[in-house]
Design a protein around this ligand. Structure first.
Ligand code: SF4
Length: 139
């Protein structure tokens, strides 16, 4: 599909899986999701803070399977270290290499923030691949 777009000079989002996911979504999957889950009024995302109606939780019908109901989990908050700017990276405010500790104090071998921990994290991806492209641009 991408090659066809390239050949035809088009740039657009296309759905390769239209057979199972039509424009209005997979109705059976949506039914199951709405039966099992309900929207949380608000949720605190690491690095992003509280965002209303941005996360799901198990619906009361599935409370027996809900670890939050079954176990006493105190309000766990994992704050990013002060030097870390993952929140700004995630929001697109800064690029990973604009963080003060990118590639110096924070590397995949010694990550400070979550964006550097896993290979698909924005900072790790830029560290492993993006910096080479930037170095070529500078030269
Ligand atoms: S993961 Fe590391 S480089 Fe990325 S924003 Fe956090 S501290 Fe900075």
């Amino acid at each position: 599909m991408i090659l066809r777009q390239l050949a035809e000079g088009r740039r657009e989002v296309e759905n390769q899986y239209g057979r199972v996911v039509p424009y209005d979504g997979n109705m059976r999957a949506l039914e199951v999701l709405s039966e099992v889950f309900e929207l949380r009024p608000h949720f605190e995302w690491r690095g992003l803070g509280f965002i209303s109606q941005s996360a799901l939780r198990l619906s009361p019908a599935y409370a027996d399977f809900d670890a939050e109901e079954r176990f006493a989990v105190p309000g766990v908050r994992v704050a990013d270290p002060k030097a870390c700017q993952c929140g700004e990276v995630l929001k697109g405010v800064i690029k990973p290499w604009e963080c003060k500790v990118f590639g110096t104090a924070c590397t995949p071998e010694r990550p400070i923030g979550t964006c550097m921990v896993s290979p698909e994290g924005a900072c790790a991806a830029y560290y492993n691949y993006g910096r080479f492209a930037r170095e070529r641009e500078v030269v």
